[in-house]
Design a protein around this ligand. Structure first.
Ligand code: GLN
Length: 209
């Protein structure tokens, strides 16, 4: 290793959707993120963000560019993966309304556009115990429901009506909303810590945060 102090190498899947916003947030945190479009760009990454956008398109392009199996493989080896909104749909083991299989990595079920057509977007203050106070201003845009959380995953945040809005399973993170569209960097920091803890290069070093 070069002795640099930055914690880990992070990629953002850049096939479709709001990947540029994630890259910008990471930059603000001092992380030079790699835009990932090809399987070989996964090499050496400790974490990968799958952005919001259109899950059907992202899944189709991932198949087209041969990214599905390599991402599954790298995630099994410990690479942290975070899906925001459409990305969470792609990450889910159960996504019946996706027209082809996504990554099926995370023990959650999701329903696309489940908040109803008339509610395209809304914002809400979410309590996220893992982040601590204050509440996280969560932006939902044609968001999915996390409709079930299986035994391998844990809910991290729920709406007032009990709907799960964020979940985690070891190195995997899913948020139905878009932290990349706010100035609150805590979810990105949380993911960086996840990736750093999992990074092979971090073995023997204290995890960041
Ligand atoms: N509705 C989109 C989908 O089903 C997700 C929207 C988003 O990522 N903001 O893929």
């Amino acid at each position: 290793m070069s002795g640099r102090t930055e914690r880990s190498a992070i990629g953002v899947l850049a096939l479709q959707g709001d990947f540029a916003e994630h890259v910008a947030v990471l930059r603000r945190l001092g992380v030079g993120a790699v835009e990932v479009r090809l399987p070989e760009q996964l090499e050496g990454l400790d974490g990968l963000i799958i952005p919001g956008g259109e899950s059907t398109t992202i899944a189709r392009l991932m198949h087209q560019w041969g990214l599905v199996e390599p991402v599954r493989q790298r995630a099994r080896e410990g690479m942290a993966v975070w899906g925001t909104c459409a990305g969470a749909i792609v990450l889910a083991e159960r996504a019946p309304s996706l027209d082809r299989p996504g990554l099926r990595l995370m023990d959650i079920g999701v329903e696309r556009n489940a908040f109803g057509r008339q509610v395209d977007g809304f914002e809400v203050d979410l309590d996220v115990p893992e982040l601590g106070p204050p509440a996280f201003r969560a932006v939902f845009i044609r968001a999915p429901f996390i409709s079930d959380v299986g035994p391998k995953a844990t809910a991290l945040a729920t709406l007032a009506d009990g709907t799960v809005a964020a979940a985690r399973q070891d190195n995997l993170l899913a948020t139905a909303f878009h932290p990349e569209l706010t100035d609150d960097l805590r979810f990105h920091r949380y993911f960086l810590d996840l990736a750093a803890a999992r990074a092979p290069s971090a073995a023997g070093l204290p995890a960041a945060g």
